[in-house]
Write a protein that binds this ligand. Sequence first.
Ligand code: ZN
Length: 459
Amino acid sequence: MSLVVRGGHVVGPGGLCRADVLMEDGIVQALSRHGTPSGRGVDAGGCLVFPGLIDTHVHMGFEAGGVLSTDDFASGSRAAAFGGVTTLIDYALPMRGETLAAALHSRRAAAEGRCHVDYGLHVILPPYRYNQPIEIVQCLETGATSFKLFTIYPDLRLGAGELFEAMSWIVRAGGLALVHAEDAEFVESRTRVLVEQGATGADGHLASRPAVAEAMAVARVLHLQAETGCPVHFVHISSGTAAQLIGEAKARGADVSWETCPHYLVLDAAVCRRADAHRYLVSPAIKTREDRAALWAALQGGELDTVATDHCPFTAAQKDAGRDDFTRVPTGLPGVETTLPLLYTEWQDRGLDLGRLAVVTSQTPAQRFGLYPRKGIVAPGSDADLVVYDPGTRGVIRAEALHMNVDWSPYEGRSYRGSVRAVVSRGRVLIEDGTWCGEEPGGTYLPRGSAVRAVAQGG
Ligand SMILES: [Zn+2]
């Protein structure tokens, strides 16, 4: 089956290039600047053609504090496609007594035949299963090459010695450690103080996990990284202090990379003053204006590696159950569908290079998570995953017009530039003229290779 995306400007690390993209059986065959013969085609005239976004941090049907997030693989992957995301990486969490391989198997079973875009899986190493070197090697053999380590949450967190042990096994097996970095002791003891003081509003959540809590955990993990040599990718970094610490480690040559999320780039602590501030609770907390500025500086300076969403939606009613008590609000935000319009708009407002947008949302995620060059670039031999983005339109974000299985948006009423016109996933047209035209879910499990060494420069 052949397909041509005609007349667009393909976005790559070097910038824009006017070309038709010729695809055959789900693979890009050529980029042609001289027109193409007729055939099944998608019109991209006047549009940008991005490599499909790779969202390396999503939670479909994830239980947080006894509450289940509302998107499953079917609804979440369809919404992802509407946002131009053609690859998702979710998580497998072993239950007590379950092997890592069994956890991977059951998570794949949940996604199989339901996911509209391609997907991979990270493996969470909880305190009851972090120390299984043979199982870690087995995960790598099946293409699950990245392992999530938590420094916080009573059920998930590893102590420093356990982190050291897990990182030692991961590096020996050739894997990548993903780290959620917040200092549990700080957050838990500060939460007790705030609750005693009656400071249980949304600003209490931020006060319980400020930048210093993130920085303390990042510093501890960087020490362990230096000691073990384990490649580390910090997920959802939210503060300037943590970004600076990681930048210094990179400058020393450490194999570390980091992600931030659209909500830390677009929102700041001003959301605490909203009447519905509790709905914005996410961990790590959304930080100050200065932190937001520091994240943008790192992005512009080439120090930030990836943007991913940590997509974990809860309905307004689920959030509202903890309206006056931040300790009872399920933390997490919807986001998998809105990354591209939000970032494209910021990019235009800030006059940034579009090539860099493709690098942080697709190329570097593919490289760091062992998918490059199959994913992450529009080039001959790569999977035919692309987004046709029409820069000439404007819109306003309305939850009711989005496709995520959630009834509110943290970006409600925000205007954005451009819109997703068409999305192609391994040669299948999922969206054309902004309308869903996908059929049976055709996403496939992606066995991944080893992480390319962190490429973004230190500060
Ligand atoms: Zn997460």
